[in-house]
Design a protein around this ligand. Structure first.
Ligand code: SAM
Length: 287
């Protein structure tokens, strides 16, 4: 008997993934959590019926969300990741030689627990001594840092690895969150968020791009191809108080990316710069 998981991605378009078995299906306080074992992509994490990642290609998203901002920054010691309870972006950030501390603020502890159990190769660095996990709302967290945090509580880089802009993640796509995040960054800080599909979410990309451009000295958008995400093309929006996120910072001039070859399956210095070269239809969105 053939069994399939169908993700209705836009109401008029979706993807079907043939499944071998359902490994987990439960409801946390925040969302429905399902893990399928699939024939094409290995194990897949689905939250509220939307694919979060697949074992076989999770490295694309995690490397691109983590490493492009970090390697653009001169010395990213303190990192804040909002969402990302699976640990994939944490794993990537720890490949940067300057990282000393990561705060992972994930609202749903259940996601962390099931990721450790079913995706140990993704959650592998959640126990690292440099990582502090806080099971709380990222919106409230940055508000607290922005309003009362001392300078040394602020971050060099803030990454938003959230679900789509619905439910608890909705506020992570609003101006007041972006402003509070900017206030939680140091004077040379970099902010980067996943900002959905350039094919299906053009208004969101336009609106977020406008806000980030107003808040930061430099703003940019880069893309990567992620087979299981709606349309297969994904965007990341970056705001920077000082550095140009389009280039690797000169502090890495002697960094041997080749040494990480096996460990970096998608990201490379060439991919870093080329991911900012956008097709005209995306440039049009940002005009
Ligand atoms: N890293 C995966 C990927 O490859 O796209 C998926 C993203 S991660 C699983 C998304 C996380 O954002 C979820 O675990 C969800 O609980 C979390 N999240 C949503 N809203 C949040 C909020 N306001 N504060 C903190 N975490 C939030």
């Amino acid at each position: 008997m053939e069994a399939w998981f169908f993700e209705n991605q836009t109401g008029n378009f979706g993807i079907k993934i043939r499944i071998k078995s359902v490994l987990l299906h439960e409801f946390s306080d925040y969302q429905e959590i399902t893990i399928y074992d699939t024939l094409e992509f290995g194990k897949v994490l689905v939250l509220d019926k939307a694919v979060m990642f697949a074992e076989k290609n999770e490295f694309v998203y995690h490397e691109m969300l983590g490493l492009v901002p970090l390697f653009s920054h001169k010395n990213p010691e303190r990192i804040l990741i909002i969402g990302g309870g699976d640990g994939g972006v944490v794993r990537e950030c720890l490949k940067n030689p300057f990282v000393k501390h990561i705060d992972l603020v994930e609202i749903d502890k259940k996601v962390i627990d099931v990721s450790k159990e079913f995706f140990p190769e993704i959650a592998c660095k959640l126990e690292d001594r440099r990582v502090r996990i806080l099971a709380e709302d990222g919106i409230e967290f940055v508000k607290r840092i922005n309003e009362g945090g001392s300078e040394d509580e602020k971050y060099d880089v803030i990454l938003v690895d959230s679900t789509d802009p619905v439910g608890p993640a909705e506020g992570l796509f609003r101006r007041d969150f972006y402003e509070a995040a900017a206030g939680s960054l140091k004077d040379d800080g970099i902010f980067t968020a996943q900002t959905e599909s350039p094919f299906f979410n053009q208004n969101l990309i336009k609106d977020v791009g406008k806000i980030i451009k107003e808040i930061y000295a430099k703003s940019s958008l880069y893309c990567a191809s992620i087979p299981v995400y709606p349309s297969g093309l994904w965007s990341f929006t970056a705001g920077s108080k000082k550095y140009d996120t389009k280039v690797i910072n000169e502090s890495y001039n002697n960094f041997d990316f080749g040494r990480f070859e096996a460990d970096l399956k998608y990201y490379s210095p060439e991919i870093h710069s080329s991911s900012f070269i956008l097709p005209n239809f995306i440039k049009e969105i940002l005009k």
